[in-house]
Design a protein around this ligand. Sequence first.
Ligand code: AMP
Length: 199
Amino acid sequence: MRAPRLLIVGPQGSGKGTQGVLVAEAYGIPAISTGDVFRSAVAAGSELGRQVQAIISAGDLVPDELTSAVVRDRLSQADAAGGFLLDGYPRNLAQVRDLDAFLEARGGELDAVIELNVPRDESIARLSQRAQEQGRTDDTEEVIANRLAIYERETAPILDVYRDRGIVDDIDGTGSLDDITDRVIAALEARGLIRSAAA
Ligand code: AMP
């Protein structure tokens, strides 16, 4: 079967970045994280990096037009032609519409949306651990609060849209990394999204 087109959604500290990479590896598809793309651009000091640096440090959202253009570029690369796993995009309803339009023009749509659920106190504990380990500028207490508020206000509603389409899999994001990955893959396989032997 063809490779799946997936999206992973979860609040900050839910482990969606880590699980996104593991699930993408299992299916042999690229994991595309807009947060990673922006952080790399900042680190490289590119034009894009200069445009987004202050926005990311404040925990605000990069403008939709810029974000959607970055994703369209990335999804147009050869390795994403079959399937991909998006992490962190779309993040609001306008971006859902942008992605729909882009995929529709290519004759496709998302196959499944993985919603990773972790209790609030556990995700905050994971974030403060990451703050110590990685020193991200957006992992300070104040910025985390802003990012979580934006998640509740702008990102959680996109799940209702995808739920109406019947493509959301609610996954318990607690426990060992392997257990969580197994749960995600079991849910995707139940949808008929079977890993190929080569992946
Ligand atoms: P993340 O690693 O997914 O938490 O993303 C880190 C930061 O990158 C976010 O707090 C935003 O500033 C920016 N960002 C990532 N994805 C998006 C998106 N889809 N739309 C707007 N801003 C984004």
